[in-house]
Design a protein around this ligand. Structure first.
Ligand code: NAG
Ligand code: NAG
Ligand code: NAG
Ligand code: NAG
Ligand code: NAG
Ligand code: NAG
Ligand code: NAG
Length: 636
């Protein structure tokens, strides 16, 4: 059985070789290969360039289906196209030895033949090969996705390479590694279409069975093709394909991570490792009845607790029903704990004590965690003690006021609650301010304040009428505000504020002082004319000349009195009753009012306006030098 088959094979091989040898002898020699790109010019040479053949008379043929057609003739070195498809694209080059074919198309890929006519020579065959690089390959991934449960290879992507010649080769890659045809796993189906231009468009479809690990795999296709210059290739971009696979595990995720406290925004999320995620339901076990109650989640399947409360603590369960896999109900549970501190309270609730006594404050609070306590002075923020009990010894007035208890759970960062108590120390009223002066203007509306502290809380009354309002600063402190109009009578009496409680009374006085503008009045007057035309400034202008007059009269009278005095003094001096000298200023005894007028006059070099007035009113007294000299002048 074996031997005859072997023998037959041998015989067959021997016969075939013989046949081939016989045919080879009869066949014409292999045609010369001419390679050219589409669109360019093909140069067809009739025989080797160093040929001695006389090419002044040549016929050119194109061969189609073994049938030669005359397309060009050369006579006496001159070329002539034959009518037909090549009529306009042929010309002679290199003194007639080369035929140029322009605008080569894929249809030109055929055998050309030339033959010398006179003298007749052997025909020369040329095979024209045409090439064209395909366009950049385009790739389209399967957007619908592929299930890992699919029994057959599914379409992964389609690659298209347009307008190439000849048809390019396609190679598919996954993660940079070429894919090979594999039975029932990888199929590559390629087809081409010939365009009217003769170019080919290649279309290749990759089909494969994918696994879960392929969800991130990157696919691309590569077109390899030849040009006269050699082999080339072009790559498409990379694509990924949605891969559907069933969930194997479901779990719960709680954000933020770490201990939760009341007031936090908490998000509870069901997660699974399947694609698409299974349909979830989230439920919570009722701690009393042990029944599970379904929770309503938002559209993303997230349960948001904002703000979280202690009632949100408990066991949460997530169930995922995967429609991809046959019938798996996956579930996961997680305990959620929302910590809290609340109901901070202090005993006694309203602490009070007499000066010198002791007071104990105790702080308590509700919490899900072990607590730490702190006592702080509210006014200063100073920590007084750590622990729930605050001992205040030997109370004094200063010990009164706010104390804050802070209860915090060290295990839960930021979890704390506080309570403020006010310690009241029995005592008579205490005035915040001592007697004071206030500068006022006549007829102005004035606000007077008076603050007093004491326990029991003092009541405040004023010695003058007006609109008074009280404002509690804290339980032992009251501020009274009195609005009054400034009258001469009020300026005279001032205002007294009296604070009283069961343990005593205390008071403070506010003295009013009219803000006088006499010294600056004159300077204002000289600036006056430059001021605007407002009602107020007009009023001022009217009044100021009047006051200027008064001053001038006062100065004149003073000077007259001085002159008179000087005369009287000199009279006594001449009589030898009084010592008199150039520096006798101090020795003159004058009533204080006169003295002050005198001093104003003497210092008048510091008040130029006043000086000007003096000079203006008494031009004859224009005295250079210092005022001491004027004083002497006056004396004489
Ligand atoms: C080729 O032949 C032509 C006449 O047919 C002649 O005139 C010419 O000189 C020849 N050229 C060569 C190179 O032999
Ligand atoms: C206050 O406490 C101190 C220290 O415990 C004690 O010495 C003092 O006697 C107490 N004062 C009164 C009034 O109880
Ligand atoms: C109390 O909680 C707040 C935030 O809730 C935090 O800023 C503060 O530091 C906490 N204080 C203490 C003493 O823990
Ligand atoms: C009245 O208050 C002042 C503090 O402004 C205080 O010094 C004074 O002792 C108090 N008088 C009485 C009788 O309490
Ligand atoms: C006086 O107090 C009243 C009420 O607080 C306020 O409306 C007014 O502006 C104050 N007047 C002055 C001059 O401060
Ligand atoms: C009076 O003088 C005070 C300050 O000295 C000033 O604020 C006020 O405007 C003056 N009044 C007049 C009417 O010039
Ligand atoms: C004059 O009147 C205008 C508006 O009427 C005001 O803005 C300006 O302050 C006034 N000037 C004086 C000096 O009163």
């Amino acid at each position: 059985m074996r031997l005859p088959r072997l023998l037959c094979a041998f015989l067959l091989a021997a016969c075939c070789r013989r046949a081939a040898g016989v045919l080879g002898e009869a066949e014409p020699p292999e045609p010369e290969l001419v390679e050219v790109e589409v669109g360019s010019t093909a140069l067809l040479q009739c025989g080797p360039s160093r040929s001695q053949d006389n090419l002044s008379n040549v016929d050119w043929f194109s061969v189609h289906k073994e049938k030669p057609t005359l397309i060009f003739r050369v006579r006496h070195g001159l070329g002539q196209s034959e009518p037909g498809e090549y009529q306009h694209r042929l010309s002679l080059q290199d003194a007639g030895s080369t035929l140029a074919l322009t605008h080569v198309t894929p249809h030109d890929e055929r055998v050309f033949l030339c033959q010398g006519k006179r003298p007749p020579s052997q025909e020369h065959r040329l095979q024209l090969r045409v090439y064209k690089a395909p366009e950049e390959p385009s790739i389209q991934a399967n957007a619908l996705g592929i299930s890992v449960n699919s029994r057959e290879p599914e379409e992964v992507a389609t690659c298209v390479g347009r307008n190439g010649y000849p048809v390019p080769q396609v190679i598919w890659y996954k993660d940079g590694r070429p894919l090979k045809e594999q039975k029932n796993r990888v199929h590559i189906q390629s087809s081409q279409t010939a365009e009217s231009s003769g170019l080919y468009t290649l279309r290749s479809v990759l089909k494969a069975q994918l696994r879960k690990e392929d969800r991130d795999a990157r696919f691309y296709c590569e077109l390899s093709y030849r040009l006269p210059s050699g082999s080339h290739m072009k790559e498409s971009r990379e694509v990924t394909v949605p891969v559907f696979y069933p969930a194997e595990r479901v779990w719960l995720e709680v954000a933020p991570a770490g201990p939760l406290k009341e007031g936090d925004r908490v998000e509870i999320r069901c997660l699974a490792d399947g694609n698409p995620p299974p349909h979830f339901s989230l439920s919570k076990q009722d701690p009393r009845t042990r029944e599970t109650v379904e929770e309503t989640t938002d559209d993303d399947g997230v349960l948001v607790l904002a703000p979280a409360r202690r009632e949100h603590s408990g066991r949460y369960q997530c169930q995922g029903l995967d429609l991809e896999s046959t019938a798996s109900l996956l579930s996961a549970q997680q305990e959620l704990r929302v910590d809290y501190v609340s109901d901070v309270r202090v005993r006694p609730a309203a602490p009070e004590g007499h000066e010198g006594s002791n007071l104990t404050l105790t702080c308590e609070a509700e919490s899900s965690r072990a607590l730490e306590f702190q006592w702080l002075r509210e006014k200063t923020g100073q920590v007084l003690t750590r622990g729930p009990v605050l001992e205040l010894q030997d109370l004094d007035r200063e010990a009164g006021g706010g104390y804050r208890c802070v209860a915090s759970a060290p295990r839960v960062p930021g979890l704390n609650a506080t309570w403020l108590v006010n310690v009241a120390v029995f005592g008579p009223p205490w005035m915040a301010q001592k007697e004071r002066k206030v500068r006022v203007r006549e007829n102005a509306l004035l606000n007077l304040t008076c603050e007093a502290s004491g326990h029991p809380r003092p009541a405040i009354s004023w010695s003058v009428g007006g609109r008074a309002s009280e404002h509690d600063q804290d339980p032992q402190r009251v501020l009274s505000l009195l609005s009054v109009r400034v009258t001469p009578q009020l300026v005279e009496t001032g205002a007294e504020c009296v604070a009283a409680n069961a343990l005593g009374r205390n008071s403070t006085r506010i003295l009013l002082e009219l803000a006088s503008n006499t010294s600056t009045g004159l300077s204002t007057a000289t600036v006056g004319p430059h001021a605007g035309a407002n009602g107020t400034s007009t009023e001022k202008k009217l009044r100021e000349p009047q006051s200027k007059g008064v001053v001038i009269v006062a100065v004149t009278v003073s000077l007259l009195v001085l002159a008179l005095l000087g005369a009287v003094l000199c009279f006594f001096y001449k009589k030898g009753k009084l010592p008199c000298g150039r520096s006798g200023k101090q020795e003159i005894t004058l009533p204080p009012s006169h003295k002050s007028t005198f001093v104003v006059e003497v210092k008048s070099d510091k008040l130029p306006e006043e000086m000007g007035l003096l000079q203006g009113s008494r031009a004859d007294q224009r005295a250079p030098g210092d005022q001491g000299e004027r004083y002497i002048d006056l004396r004489h």
